[in-house]
Write a new protein. Structure first.
Length: 137
């Protein structure tokens, strides 16, 4: 499996992003917060991708766009390299996950820090997804 993050895997729909934040479900490993939304997979249609992700970094923390873009690039890179087990889980249980990554700190992170935090968040999310699938509430 290739470690790619294509156009169709990016969360762009304003409606989907609003629904994601209204659900108010998130996993945090400071300074990264991951908002998520779990849905049953739809057989066809434009929203048939098992995983869609968006990334953001607030202007409040980094005034210069170059620094915000660097943080988003680091988040995308770490997610892209580590999403395979989550994708397998989505395909196994026939669910769709919408994800939105937020970085919220004034210090510029290193790739190693981001990689470690993303790994921990994805592990926590996989545990949550497995619990949700086995014990729906």
């Amino acid at each position: 499996m290739k470690n790619t993050l294509g156009k169709q895997e990016k969360l762009k729909s304003r409606k989907q992003i609003d629904e994601l934040f209204k659900a108010r479900k998130f996993v945090t490993h400071s300074p990264i917060r991951l908002f998520y939304r779990i849905q049953l997979a739809q057989p066809t249609g434009q929203h048939s991708r098992p995983l869609q992700a968006g990334f953001s970094c607030s202007k409040k923390f980094f005034k210069h766009a170059t620094k915000r873009n660097r943080v988003k690039r680091l988040l995308r890179e770490s997610y892209r390299l580590q999403k395979a087990p989550l994708l397998d889980l989505c395909n196994q249980y026939h669910i769709q996950l919408s994800l939105f990554w937020l970085y919220g700190d004034k210090s510029l992170p290193t790739q190693a820090d981001i990689h470690q935090k993303v790994e921990a968040i994805l592990h926590d999310l996989m545990v949550i997804v497995q619990k949700k699938v086995h014990h729906p509430s």
